[in-house]
Design a protein. Structure first.
Length: 450
């Protein structure tokens, strides 16, 4: 722990699992750097202050009705939060800024998708840094949406899906970060909010590292010439902590099950906190796993599939202890376990980065938005994974698993994953790129005057 800085930081995560985790990891890093931390969070997906006794928490009403809070439409949810949180957030900031018993506030660090915070912070004259919890490569693509429109890549044309986007190798047209390959007005608004929000900020923090996303970071530096950019990831590796910000309850039984498995044999299967699938797709996954003959640990989160009995008939009986199924796993611990041989992932950015950090090769199956970009980088950029390009079909799943985990054909991928792990584990050590960037961030925060 470094000497106290006498300054407080206000952190405001987006209330989704993949955004909460990195924001709280960042909070831990900055706390250890000597800042006091106040977390502002919405009632929706409310956080549990008792797991972080070293932080102060303030909860704000988000105004979501029960049906709005239950929506499966992510774009709608994000738009509602941006519209309904303005006043409660402003009131909370006013209270916090006028509290003379607390240390002075150095700045607000907001998730970049909470773009309404820009005008609130401006009106209260508080400097605002943004955290982009996704990767730099997908951010660079989002920031270039008008260029992609000018060049005719967007809106997406079915006939061009396999074409490369030459401005963003190795991305193909089908990888452009959309939902169901279409671009609605609401989605466009979110994308421009994301990139304009970063342009209007006092700095952008990324949970990534130079060696992983060098080109994208260089491009972002060009696009945002006056905004300092801080790639200081992988956050969770800086100061590993046992504090948890999980919205689901963790099933630790999988660790003792993994202890009984052979090294590098188990396929860990998880599609994150939001992705959902049809019963037929789920069934192909189940049979692909069963037929691969590899042991597997599968996270079947409530809501992953809409069915009263999700597992196909006869599937569970075939397993004989070869498969372990949980509702929510301690993922970082799982990926670091010596029994893990591959990660079948939806390529959410956190999952992608956590896999990179442990040298686990990936089976990539992106669902929407930035996941497609992350998956293309994993498979064709860093070449540490194989992408299921033709949807979910049990035969292809079985072949892909065997290729990646046991067959000679996957050997180079497995080796590259281990090399990338070495780079990921150097960048946050003294003298590494993220270590230095973090020092730069601390100096930058201390130079901001509210
Ligand atoms: N996660 C976990 N246990 C699980 C599944 C996921 O702890 O069973 C964590 C995972 O480690 C990651 C986050 O949930 O930090 C998911 O974020 P990601 O960006 O990968 O995907 P999202 O949920 O946002 O789609």
């Amino acid at each position: 722990m470094e000497e106290r800085k006498g300054r407080r930081l206000l952190l405001f995560p987006l209330p989704l699992q993949g955004h909460i985790n990195p924001m709280l990891e960042l909070a831990n890093i900055l706390h250890l750097k000597g800042f006091s931390i106040t977390i502002i969070h919405t009632h929706f997906n409310s956080l549990n202050p008792s797991t972080y006794p070293h932080f102060t928490f303030h909860s704000i009403p988000d105004g979501l009705s029960e049906s709005e809070a239950a929506t499966k439409d992510l774009v709608l949810l994000l738009s509602l939060l941006n519209a309904k949180c303005i006043e409660p957030f402003r009131e909370c900031l006013v209270r916090l800024l006028s509290d003379a018993s607390e240390e002075p506030v150095a700045c607000l660090i907001s998730d970049v998708i909470h773009f309404f915070t820009e005008s609130v912070a401006d009106s209260l004259k508080i400097p605002r840094i943004v955290l982009r919890t996704g990767g730099a490569s997908s951010f660079a693509v989002f920031a270039a949406f008008s260029l992609l429109r000018e060049k005719g890549y967007l809106p997406l044309q079915e006939s061009r899906l396999e074409e490369p986007v030459i401005e963003f190798p190795p991305i193909k047209v089908k990888d452009l970060p959309l939902i169901n390959r279409c671009i609605t007005e609401e989605y466009s608004k979110l994308v421009s909010g994301l990139s304009n929000g970063a342009k209007a900020s006092c700095g952008v923090i990324f949970n990534t590292f130079e060696d992983l996303e060098e080109h994208a970071l260089a491009r972002i530096n060009q696009e945002l010439p006056n905004i300092p950019v801080f790639p200081i990831g992988p956050f969770h590796k800086f100061y590993p902590t046992s504090s948890s910000s999980d919205l689901f309850s963790i099933d630790h039984s999988c660790i003792s099950w993994l202890d009984t498995q052979a090294p590098k044999s188990v396929v860990y299967v998880s599609f994150g906190s939001i992705a959902a699938m049809k019963e037929a797709e789920f069934s192909e996954i189940a049979w692909g796993l069963a037929n691969s003959n590899q042991p597997f640990l599968w996270v079947v989160r409530p809501g992953l599939v809409q069915a009263s009995e999700p597992f196909p008939s006869g599937f569970l009986e075939t397993l004989n202890g070869r498969g372990h199924i949980v509702k929510w796993a301690p993922q970082k611990e799982v990926l670091a376990h010596p029994a893990i041989g591959a990660f079948w992932t939806h390529n959410g950015w956190n999952s992608t980065l956590e896999s990179v950090c442990e040298g686990v090769p990936m089976i990539c199956m992106p669902c929407f938005t930035d996941q497609m970009v992350n998956a293309r980088f994993a498979s064709d950029g860093w070449k540490v994974g194989l992408q299921l390009e033709n949807g979910m079909e049990r035969g292809e799943i079985e072949r892909t698993i065997r290729k990646l985990v046991v067959e000679k054909e996957g050997e180079e991928i497995r080796e590259r994953a281990l090399k990338l792990k070495e780079k990921a584990n150097l960048c946050f050590k003294q003298g590494g790129s993220s270590y230095q960037s973090l020092d730069g961030l601390v100096k930058h925060i201390l130079s901001l005057e509210s």
